[in-house]
Design a protein around this ligand. Structure first.
Ligand code: PGA
Length: 258
């Protein structure tokens, strides 16, 4: 049984002191919930501080990006080794990086390899644009992204995928549970082809895009959806807590066969 996961992508929000405040607001509540991996991904500059704050708690830590070289003259970049020291997860290939920083499938593939080499667990993001969705090209786009990002990876131990339709990110216009479930099913079938059936069955695949405490249940009830990558709502302690709590209630129930 795949353990559900809720990951908060704070994006380029929070100063270090705001990050401390936010963690302090959610730490106790998050610690009282079972059955869910709860991950927060603050900006790089807050990782070390947040790591200290969550020591001994059930909260796990992730970064939002990575560079694929080990070290050297790459001004402004953060290496896999630096991150492996601080956190367990790293978001790779988010659509905002593809869109504003020209990240290609080839770069994403290199970043995933680099992360896996130091035992960081990548959260690979894939998803289609609005016009691609409207033109019925979702399957083609997502399949292409997966092929490029997963090329030659074999058994990518610990890799997580987030299906994030670009039209749903930050727009308040989430996909429906059925839509997300269908595309995530498709992603799982592709992972089976590109890696193996076992990798596909073990892999956690999340939905992301305008997930809030008002719609979380709809996604968590779907059989293919193993959790969520949450942006805006992860910056509000109460909302994030509620999403994690709802996930725990629904998944806890299904794991007890109720
Ligand atoms: P959102 O962002 O929840 O604010 O739509 C999700 C994401 O980009 O990961």
């Amino acid at each position: 049984m795949r353990v559900p996961m809720i990951a908060g992508n704070w994006k380029m929000n929070t100063t270090v002191s705001e990050a401390i405040e936010l963690v302090n607001e959610m730490r106790q509540g998050l610690d009282q919930i079972d059955n869910v991996d709860r991950v927060i991904c603050p900006p790089f500059i807050s990782l070390a501080t947040v790591r200290e704050l969550i020591k001994g708690s059930s909260i796990k830590l992730g970064a939002q990006n990575i560079y694929f070289e080990e070290k050297g003259a790459y001004t402004g970049e953060i290496s896999p080794l630096m991150l492996a020291d601080l956190c367990e997860f790293v978001i790779i290939g988010h659509s905002e990086r593809r869109l504003y920083f020209n990240e290609t499938g080839e770069i994403t593939n290199k970043k995933i390899r680099a992360a896996l080499q130091v035992k960081l667990k990548p959260i690979l993001c894939v998803g289609e644009k609005l016009e691609e969705n409207e033109a019925g090209r979702t399957e083609k786009i997502v399949t292409g992204q997966l092929r490029a990002s997963l090329a030659g990876l074999g058994y990518p131990n610990g890799l997580i995928i987030a299906y994030e339709p670009i039209w749903a990110i930050g727009t308040g216009k989430a996909a429906t549970g059925e839509q997300a479930n269908e595309t995530i099913g498709l992603i799982r079938r592709n992972v089976a082809k590109l890696c193996s059936e076992k990798v596909a069955q073990d892999m956690r695949i999340l939905y992301g895009g305008s997930v809030t405490d008002a719609n979380a249940t709809e996604f968590m009830k779907q059989p293919e959806i193993d959790g969520a990558l949450v942006g805006g709502a992860s910056l509000k302690a109460n909302q994030f807590l509620s999403i994690v709590r709802q996930t725990s209630e629904i998944r806890g129930r299904s794991s007890r066969g109720v």
